[in-house]
Design a protein around this ligand. Structure first.
Ligand code: SF4
Length: 177
């Protein structure tokens, strides 16, 4: 069987889901016999390639840049996986939805600033008014909940896909754990 192309993407999350991927420990060596990591914060790839087999997406959609990136990833990926509660529900980043982007920026950059209070306007992506889970922007093929998802669930999902099976992670996951 040919090796699958695996990508991992970091949107608005804390990187804990990527840490959980690394918590698969020595099993990552087993995975790497069957997959090539072609794009990820874990490797030095700058461009999301064409024809990716599996993409793990950590984090919620919080900015206009996230929307563009996620749509590009979807268009170039066969199996797109929402990895972790932020990607699945919005979770921690969505806590700002109670007040909206404007008041959040005011609080962070003006009210709490000790020097030069101003909201940055250059070289930063624009915050969406509402943080959303990734399935509200693109179609998702598999959800792996958890904060972070357990390493066992991530390995199980990826290895089932390596075996060309449909993964079922319900028995290995729970929201908020
Ligand atoms: S789901 Fe939890 S561990 Fe993963 S990015 Fe969100 S806050 Fe971090």
């Amino acid at each position: 069987m040919r090796k699958l192309k695996l990508a991992t993407v970091w949107l608005d999350g804390c990187s804990g889901c990527h840490m959980s991927l690394l918590d698969t420990d020595e099993r990552i060596v087993t995975l790497l016999q069957h997959v090539d990591i072609v794009y990820s914060p874990l490797v030095d790839a700058k461009v999301f390639p064409d024809d990716v087999d599996i993409a793990l997406i950590e984090g919620a959609v919080s900015t206009d840049e996230d929307v563009v990136k996620l749509k590009k990833v979807r268009s170039r990926t066969k199996i797109l996986i929402a990895l972790g509660d932020c990607a699945v529900t919005g979770n921690v980043p969505a806590m700002r939805n109670t007040c909206g982007a404007g008041p959040c920026l005011n609080r962070a950059y003006k009210e709490l600033a000790e020097l030069h209070p101003q909201i940055p306007s250059e070289s930063l992506p624009r915050l969406l008014d509402k943080v959303i889970p990734i399935h509200e922007t693109v179609a998702v093929d598999l959800h792996i909940p958890g904060c972070p998802p357990p390493a066992d669930a991530i390995f199980h999902a990826l290895y089932e896909l390596v075996l060309r099976k449909q993964p079922d992670v319900k028995h290995l996951t729970r929201f908020g754990r």
